[in-house]
Write a protein of this length. Structure first.
Length: 92
C-alpha cells in the first residue's frame, strides 16, 4: 500500500500518457507494456491528474461537472488503485 493523502497533487506516471481514440470514442491509457481502454469515469478522473490538482480538487471538479455530491469515496478508491497499478504518482 502506497501512503498518500487527498491534499497531494497527482500526475500520470512517466511514460504513461492519455489519448482519446476517436474511432472508439473512448479514452485510452498508453503504457509501455500495454494499452488500457478506460471507461468514461476513469478517463474523466485521469485527465485531471495533471500535476496541478490535488485529489480533493479533482473530486470538487467532478462533483461540479456532473452535478453530484458524495463522490469522494469512489474517486479516492480509484486513485488509490491507479497509484498501486503505477498509472499515476504523487508529485514531488
Amino acid at each position: 500500500m502506497i501512503a498518500w493523502g487527498p491534499s497531494e497533487q497527482l500526475r500520470l506516471r512517466s511514460p504513461a500518457r492519455l489519448k482519446f481514440d476517436k474511432a472508439r470514442q473512448t479514452d485510452m491509457l498508453l503504457l509501455p507494456e500495454r494499452v488500457v481502454n478506460l471507461n468514461p469515469t476513469a478517463g474523466a478522473i485521469l485527465w485531471l491528474c495533471d500535476g496541478t490538482r490535488s485529489a480533493d480538487q479533482i473530486i470538487g471538479e467532478l462533483e461540479a461537472k456532473y452535478n453530484q455530491s458524495n463522490l469522494q469515496e469512489d474517486v479516492l478508491e480509484f486513485l488509490t488503485q491507479a497509484i498501486e497499478r503505477g498509472w499515476i504518482e504523487k508529485c514531488p
